[in-house]
Every structure is written in structure tokens, then in C-alpha cells.
Write a protein that binds this ligand. Structure first.
Ligand code: TRP
Length: 458
């Protein structure tokens, strides 16, 4: 595509921007992962640490990504090349592209499980199953060779279908419908959960902190999850930032997206834990929380059939509006930097990543492919799929580090100010605070977290 003559595709409304960016942020991370790590790390104290990470690291990195992208009007790699030509900073964009492939490959597999659960919920396959049988059903699904791959391919096809439409007629159009739907579903589920007799134990678990439960591992996970949940560290928000109009206030947008993401994570917790506690079930089930514990909860709950369907549709919708943002990073790169048509770029990128993901899924069943990972001072041997999940946990903070350093030290302060204030149009009182966070607080916190993750100090 010739960018010089053709008007660049982009978002057309404030609501469209928020729907797309919050749609990216709100995903499996919020509804599948946040509740289960909160359960594993003991509840409210963990949440508090997570909120601090969001405020002092997540928010400034998101604003950094938005402003890089909008300044350069380009994809994740092209943005660094345009703002800092002739320097190696574009490698940060490359890292982002690699992270996009890594994340979307396993994300598609987990989203595929979700579609399988929508199907099972609709066909009422959970009812009458004991907790053990539910555990067996989940284990059976993820370790069967074909079934998860078929659903993963369906999900990747949906993702590609949205991205094929472009920004205005694809991503913005669908997220504007899907995000309100998501909000309605989660609110209904919340009302159901908190009106169950015995729900208050679950609410306490979420909101009254017990700091004795806080460990170093919990702090690390909180930081890592802040990046993942806000879609930071791999150029998603750089790419989306490049589609945001010059009149929009980037600081406000970053704040709104961050608040929406955090709110939905908390609402997901509120849909899950009150119900889990109301039926006297253990909250620390880990990754199986929504796939094993919840169907068990729905079995005991009046109206559980309908609520189960709603929950898994919610999960699938959240996953889709996120996966499109990951694919878009890769597509925008190939379309803009390599001159490939958007259509071919989308088809090839989605296919390549789907094949990688299918292979990962097979490492839970018939393919014996494990890789070593040095983490927390010890060497773990993991199936390739788990290894990729861990790898993404390392890539995102490194990407975030480069992004905050780029804005803090490489870009001219006057350019940063110009972009954040829309050329002096909006008054911004937080510029100094933002730059301080981007220059020092975020990088130092990321480096400490990263070293800790590798060496397991805390
Ligand atoms: N934030 C999404 C979630 O919570 C996942 C996601 C979308 C993502 N784009 C990303 C994660 C970019 C990291 C980087 O599920």
C-alpha cells in the first residue's frame, strides 16, 4: 500500500478508540488468568500490589506506547525507525513482533478451549458431572490431539476475519459491538454471584487484604500480569496509537483504558469468588479455575445452565477482541514495511501463527517436545506450549523497558510534550510526573522484577 497517497486507516470515534484499546487489554488475562492468580496468591493483598503496578508502571508505559505510535504514524517497527532513524531502537519493534507471534500462538489455543466450553455449555454437557469428572473433562480436552486444534483454527479464522476488515471497518466495528456485550454479560454474572447466600466470604477474599500471604513470587506475578493484561511491551498500543486521531487526548485515553481493564478484572473476580466460596470450593485451583471449578459451581447454582453459557461466551468475546490486536501488530508491520497487501499479510500471518499454536497444543498430547527454562534460580523442563507462555512473560517486560527508556531518554522532551499536549492544545499537568515514571520508576522496577524472575531472589 502506498502510504503517501492513501489516507491512513484509523479509528473514527472516541468510543471506537476505547472499545478497540480496552478490547485489546480486556481478555483471557482478565477473566481467566487474573482470577486464578489472585486465587493462588491469596486474594486482596495481591490485588493491591497489582493495582500499584498498574498505576506506576502500566499507565506510563501505555501512554508511552500511544505517543510513540501516534507521533510516528506507523507500525511497531516503523515507529522506531521514523522517530530514531539510523539507530538500533527498531530492534525493540522486532522484539514486539516476535512476542506477538509467541503470544498469539498460545492465546489461540486457550481461546480454542474456550470455544469448546461454549459448545459444551450450550449442549448441556457439564450437568450431572462430579468435580472429578469435570477435572477429567478439562484434562481430556487439552491432552487430546485433534479437538483443541480444530477449535483453535476456528478462533484464528475469526480473528483473521476481523483483522481483514481493517481498522475502521474491522477492528473498530466489531469491538464497538462486542465490548458493550461483554460488559452486560459480566454485570449479569456479578449480580448472580453476589446475591448467592454465602457470597460475602468471596467478597472478603477479594477486598480485605492479608499481607502475611504476600510473597516475592506474588509481587513478580503482579508486575508481569500488569504488562500482559494491559497489552503492553510488544507494540500493540504503539500500533493502535498510530490509529488514534491527532485531536484525541492520549493521557485521558490511556487512563480510561487502564481503568476499564482493571475494573473488568475486578468484576471477573467478583463474578467468580463469591460463587466459589458460596459453594465451599477451594479458590486456589490455578489454571483450571474457570474450566474446572466454575462448571462445578454452575452445576450447583440455580439457573446454572444459562450462566455457564454466558460465562464462556464472555471469555470467548474477551479473547477475540484481544487476539485481533495481537494479529494487527504483525499485519501492520508486513503491510507497511514490506509492502504486502493487508489481505495477504493477514492470511499469512494468521496461518503461520496458527500452525505454531497447533504444534504447541500437540506438545500436551502426542508430541514430546520440551525445552529447558531457567527461572527462579532453577532449570525447569516444560512442554513447548508452557515454555512459550513463560517466554512471553520475559519478553513483555523487556519490551516495556525499551519503550519507557525510548520515551524517557531517546525522544526529545519537546516532541514528547508536543504529542501529549496535541501541539499545545490541551493543558497537561502531569508531564513531569509521567516522564519521571517513564525514565526511572518503570525501568528500575522492570529490571528488578526481571532479575528476580530469573534468579528468584525474593
Ligand atoms: N491483554 C490481553 C489479555 O489480557 C492479551 C493481549 C492482547 C496482549 N494484546 C497483547 C498481551 C499484547 C500482551 C501484549 O488477555
Amino acid at each position: 500500500m502506498d502510504n503517501n497517497n492513501v489516507q491512513r486507516d484509523g479509528f473514527t470515534s472516541k468510543f471506537g478508540i476505547i472499545a478497540a484499546a480496552a478490547g485489546s487489554a480486556i481478555g483471557l488475562g482478565n477473566i481467566w488468568k487474573f482470577p486464578y492468580i489472585t486465587g493462588v496468591y491469596g486474594g486482596a493483598a495481591f490485588i493491591l500490589v497489582y493495582l500499584i503496578c498498574i498505576a506506576i508502571i502500566g499507565l506510563p508505559v501505555m501512554l508511552s506506547e500511544f505517543l510513540i505510535g501516534r507521533r510516528a504514524q506507523a507500525n511497531a517497527v516503523g515507529s522506531f525507525k521514523k522517530i530514531a532513524p539510523g539507530t538500533p531502537w527498531y530492534l525493540a519493534g522486532w522484539l514486539g513482533l516476535a512476542a506477538a507471534a509467541v503470544i498469539l500462538s498460545f492465546y489461540g489455543v486457550v481461546a480454542g478451549w474456550t470455544l469448546d466450553y461454549v459448545f459444551k455449555a450450550v449442549t448441556n454437557q457439564f450437568s450431572g458431572m462430579t468435580p472429578d469428572e469435570l477435572g477429567g473433562a478439562f484434562g481430556g480436552l487439552i491432552t487430546s490431539p485433534l479437538r483443541p486444534i480444530l477449535w483453535q483454527l476456528v478462533f484464528m479464522a475469526l480473528t483473521a476475519g476481523v483483522v481483514l476488515g481493517g481498522i475502521k471497518d474491522g477492528i473498530e466495528r466489531y469491538t464497538k459491538i462486542l465490548m458493550p456485550l461483554l460488559l452486560v454479560i459480566i454485570v449479569v454474572l456479578d449480580i448472580r454471584a453476589i446475591t448467592l447466600p454465602g457470597a460475602s466470604e468471596g467478597i472478603k477474599f477479594l477486598f480485605s487484604p492479608d499481607f502475611s500471604k504476600l510473597s516475592g513470587a506474588a509481587v513478580m506475578s503482579a508486575l508481569g500480569h500488569a504488562f500482559f493484561s494491559l497489552s503492553l511491551g510488544m507494540g500493540t498500543m504503539i500500533t493502535y496509537g498510530s490509529y488514534i486521531g491527532k485531536k484525541e487526548n492520549l493521557g485521558t485515553t490511556a487512563l480510561q483504558v487502564t481503568i476499564a481493564d482493571t475494573l473488568i478484572a475486578l468484576l471477573a473476580g467478583l463474578a467468580i469468588f463469591p460463587a466459589v466460596f458460596a459453594f465451599g470450593i477451594e479458590p486456589g485451583a490455578g489454571p483450571g479455575l474457570v474450566f474446572i471449578t466454575l462448571p462445578n459451581v454452575f452445576n450447583m447454582m440455580p439457573g446454572g445452565y444459562i450462566f455457564a453459557i454466558m460465562f464462556f461466551v464472555l471469555l470467548a468475546v474477551a479473547a477475540l477482541t484481544s487476539s485481533v490486536s495481537i494479529l494487527e501488530v504483525v499485519v501492520a508491520y508486513f503491510a507497511e514495511e514490506k509492502g504486502i497487501s493487508r489481505k495477504s499479510a493477514t492470511i499469512w500471518a494468521a496461518t503461520g501463527i496458527a500452525v505454531l499454536g497447533a504444534f504447541e497444543s500437540l506438545t500436551y498430547s502426542v508430541v514430546d517436545f520440551t525445552l529447558p527454562l531457567y527461572k527462579g534460580g532453577e532449570v525447569l523442563t516444560l512442554p513447548f506450549m508452557d515454555w512459550m507462555i513463560e517466554l512471553s512473560d520475559l519478553m513483555l517486560p523487556i519490551g516495556g523497558l525499551f519503550i519507557s527508556l525510548f520515551v524517557g531518554f531517546k525522544m526529545l522532551r519537546s516532541d514528547v510534550e508536543d504529542e501529549v499536549t496535541n501541539g499545545g492544545e490541551v493543558k497537561v499537568g502531569y508531564l513531569g510526573a509521567f516522564l519521571f515514571l517513564a525514565k526511572f520508576v518503570a525501568p528500575v522496577a522492570i529490571i528488578i522484577a526481571f532479575l528476580n524472575m530469573l534468579f528468584g531472589w525474593l
